[in-house]
Design a protein around this ligand. Structure first.
Ligand code: SAM
Length: 303
C-alpha cells in the first residue's frame, strides 16, 4: 500500500502527532509510526479525537451565539452566494466587509494555486476557489451542519474537508501554494505555534494570508473590545466567552514575527473609512480594521 494512494484526497496527509506520512486505504488513514487510524466519515477526514476536548466549550458557545446572531441558513443558495448576501441578512454589514476583502484575495491568488482554507467554517471560501478550478482543503474544528464543515452538503461541488486543529495540521510539509486564515487566526491560542504549522505545510517562498481578523493599532483597544463582547455573552446568552484564544490581532503581532508582511486594508465605502475619525471624535475606542495581510518568509522576494 502506498501513502495516500487510490483515494480522491488531493493532498498528502500526515499524522498530526508525529507528522509521519499516512497510509490510506479507502476511508481510513493509518500512521506507520504511532499506529493511529484516522477515519473519513460523512465526507470529512477526522483528525480531532482527543484534541477536541479542550475546544468543546468553545464550540458549544460558538454554536449558540452564531445561531442567535442569525448566521447560516437552511437554503443552499445562501451558502453558494457567500460572501454576497441579501440586504436583509442579519449579518449583511459584516458580509459586505468580507466581500470586499475576498475581491482583493482573489486578485492575490495565482490561477491553479493549491490552497488550504484554515478555519474554513461553512466552507464558503473553499467553494468559491474550488469552482474557480483550485484544489482546496477546507479545515476546521467545527463540523456543524450550518456553521462548520457539515455545510459542505449545500454546495454543488464536493469539498475536501478536514476536521482538525490548526495547531496540528494533518498534512505533509511543503504542499500548499497559499494558506489562508479566513477570519480565523485571531482564534489562535498560541500564535507562534499556529503560524509555524502554516509555514510548515506551505511550499518554500509561498504565501501565508491572514484575512479579516480584527486588527488594532493599540492592544488596549482589542482588550476593550473583548471585554465588551464578554459582557454581551454574559448578559444576552448567560454564557462565558472563551478567554483562552487571542480574540484579535495587532499590527505589532505581524511586525514581531519573522517574516515580511504586506497589508491591504479593506475599504467598503466612505462611511466605513470614517469609522476611526468618528470614534475619536466621540471618545470611543479604536474600531477594528479588516483586510488582507500577506506574509512571505524573510528570504523570499516580493515581486
Ligand atoms: C469566525 S469563524 C470564520 C469561518 C469562515 N472562515 C468564514 O469566513 O465564515 C472562525 C472559525 O475558526 C475555527 N477555529 C477556531 N479555532 C480553531 C482551531 N484551533 N483549529 C481549527 N479551526 C479553528 C472555528 O471553528 C470557526 O469556524
Amino acid at each position: 500500500m502506498t501513502a495516500n494512494s487510490g483515494v480522491s484526497c488531493s493532498f498528502m496527509l500526515a499524522c498530526p502527532t508525529d507528522r509521519a506520512r499516512l497510509e490510506i486505504e479507502g476511508d481510513a488513514a493509518r500512521c506507520p509510526i504511532c499506529g493511529c487510524v484516522y477515519a473519513r466519515t460523512n465526507q470529512i477526514w477526522r483528525f480531532v479525537d482527543h484534541r477536541l476536548a479542550p475546544y468543546e466549550n468553545f464550540l458549544a458557545t460558538y454554536r449558540v451565539v452564531r445561531r442567535a446572531e442569525g448566521w447560516g441558513s437552511h437554503d443552499a443558495a445562501y451558502y453558494c452566494n457567500l460572501p454576497q448576501t441579501s440586504r436583509d441578512d442579519p449579518q449583511a454589514a459584516i458580509w459586505r466587509v468580507r466581500a470586499a476583502s475576498f475581491k482583493k484575495l482573489v486578485a492575490l491568488v495565482e490561477p491553479g494555486a493549491r490552497l488550504l482554507d484554515v478555519g474554513a467554517g461553512n466552507g464558503w471560501l473553499s467553494y468559491q476557489f474550488a469552482r474557480r478550478g483550485h484544489a482546496v482543503a477546507a479545515l476546521d474544528l467545527n463540523d456543524d451542519a450550518r456553521e462548520g464543515l457539515g455545510a459542505q452538503n449545500f454546495y454543488p461541488l464536493p469539498l475536501d474537508c478536514y476536521q482538525a486543529d490548526f495547531d496540528h495540521l494533518p498534512f505533509d510539509a511543503a504542499q500548499f501554494d497559499v494558506v489562508i486564515f479566513n477570519a480565523s487566526l485571531h482564534y489562535s491560542r498560541n500564535l507562534t505555534q499556529t503560524l509555524n504549522e502554516a509555514w510548515r505545510v506551505l511550499k518554500p517562498n509561498d504565501k501565508l494570508i491572514v484575512m479579516d481578523s480584527p486588527l488594532y493599532r493599540q492592544r488596549a483597544s482589542g482588550k476593550a473590545m473583548l471585554r465588551e463582547k464578554a459582557n454581551e455573552f454574559q448578559s444576552r446568552y448567560g454564557l462565558e466567552m472563551d478567554r483562552t484564544m487571542r480574540g484579535f490581532l495587532t499590527f505589532d503581532d505581524f511586525q514581531q514575527s519573522v517574516c515580511a508582511w504586506q497589508w491591504y486594508p479593506t475599504r467598503v465605502d466612505w462611511r466605513w473609512a470614517l469609522r476611526p475619525l468618528r470614534a475619536r471624535a466621540l471618545g470611543q475606542r479604536e474600531p477594528a480594521q479588516f483586510g488582507v495581510t500577506v506574509g512571505k518568509p524573510p528570504a523570499a522576494r516580493w515581486t
